[in-house]
Design a protein around this ligand. Structure first.
Ligand SMILES: Cc1cc2nc3c(=O)[nH]c(=O)nc-3n(C[C@H](O)[C@H](O)[C@H](O)COP(=O)(O)OP(=O)(O)OC[C@H]3O[C@@H](n4cnc5c(N)ncnc54)[C@H](O)[C@@H]3O)c2cc1C
Length: 322
């Protein structure tokens, strides 16, 4: 029995979709098995294209059939509502290319004209990229240590920490646009905002070039260890979460406002506002997406009432109510 609705529940449609060699296909897939928070209803389909060409074929097929779709990375900033997602979630996890580009291979130089250009496909994890940088003695990616996302999701979110963001290291990105064309966009044409990269509607990031500098491997390792230690001290890493729930407002971090409102420790179902860090909601076991969204609404209302500030979620919430 499937919970999929509309065209995706149709066997002939499924056969046609599987027939275009799209890579691994999971129908009616519980997203709680994929989100870092461990919550979320079923996606009609979760598909893992093996190559960029397969991704292109899949997107063309879905556009032609009129099926909604959305790219996902490591699902570490994502809440899928308990009613699930009606359409296809496309995971780029299988796109794992990672290499240093040589001059003359289309390498994009940084603003200062020196450095090394690393190309990573969208499915490469930040931990993989950070490890690669250490192996190659490349400085610049250290701030990503401990961010559990992927290159695709991280660039889209303009992920950042310790005063640095993706915008400081991205030299160009490749996208598949909404009509199924591959395009490269260089840094000067990219509009990065706080925790967002403004992309053309429907664009999927397939990879990015990063501008890094030759550095000292020991110093790079040391900086990463420092960052890991601070993360262990400040973040509730013993529980599943989706990272920071809200964007920080100018002047006062969201976590501090939540702490000062006395909301730390507040629990709804299996979800709890972390005792360790006010801007994290953690899954204490058996949480539903609705438990998380009730906590989010409660925090927003309280901070609005007390301070006149409407907190903006950093988490991406998708899907339907049950
Ligand atoms: C313990 C913990 C600590 C964290 N610390 C930080 C931190 O310090 N700084 C920080 O910025 N974030 C942090 N995060 C949040 C999260 O890891 C980052 O936002 C990360 O970059 C998201 O990447 P992802 O691959 O998981 O994206 P997902 O969560 O899968 O997706 C996020 C968004 O990007 C879109 N997207 C995904 N892939 C693509 C693509 N290929 N093309 C276009 N759009 C795409 C999705 O549709 C969604 O809207 C933390 C999370 C956790 C759980």
């Amino acid at each position: 029995m499937t919970g999929a609705t509309g065209i995706i529940a149709d066997r002939q449609f499924r056969d046609r979709m599987c027939g275009i060699a799209v890579g691994k296909v999971l129908f009616d897939e519980p997203m709680s098995a994929h989100t870092s928070m461990g919550v979320g209803g079923r996606a009609d389909a979760l598909i893992f294209p093996d190559t960029v060409d397969m991704l292109g074929e899949l997107v063309s097929f879905l556009l032609k059939e009129g099926v909604p779709f959305l790219p996902v990375g490591n699902c570490t900033n994502l809440i899928v509502k308990d009613g699930g997602y009606r359409g296809v979630l496309i995971s780029l996890e299988a796109l794992q290319g990672l290499e240093i580009k040589k001059k003359g291979e289309g390498a994009v130089e940084g603003r200062d004209g020196v450095g090394v250009c690393v190309h990573a496909q969208a499915g490469v994890s930040f931990s993989g990229l950070v490890d690669f940088s250490v192996r190659e003695s490349l400085a610049g990616m250290e701030f990503c240590a401990g961010i559990p996302g992927s290159v695709g999701g991280g660039v889209k979110m303009n992920a950042g920490a310790w005063g640095r963001e993706m915008k400081d290291v991205v030299a160009s990105i490749s996208i598949l646009d909404a009509v199924g064309r591959m395009r490269n966009i260089s840094r000067r044409d990219l509009v990065f905002e706080y925790r967002n990269l403004d992309l053309p509607d429907g664009a999927i990031i397939t990879g990015a070039d990063f501008h890094l500098a030759r550095g000292d491997r020991g110093a790079i390792r040391e900086r990463i260890s420092e960052i890991a230690a601070v993360r262990r001290e400040r973040h509730p890493l013993a529980y599943r979460s989706a990272g920071s729930v809200f964007k920080n407002s100018p002047g006062c971090p969201a976590g501090k406002m939540i702490e000062e409102a006395g909301l730390k420790g507040l629990r709804v179902g299996g979800a709890e506002i972390s005792e360790k860090h006010g801007n994290f909601i953690v899954n204490r076991g058996g949480a539903k997406a609705a438990d998380v969204t009730v906590l989010i609404d409660t925090i927003r209302k309280r901070i609005l009432d007390e301070r006149g500030i409407l907190l903006e979620p950093e988490l991406q919430i998708i899907g339907n109510e049950p």
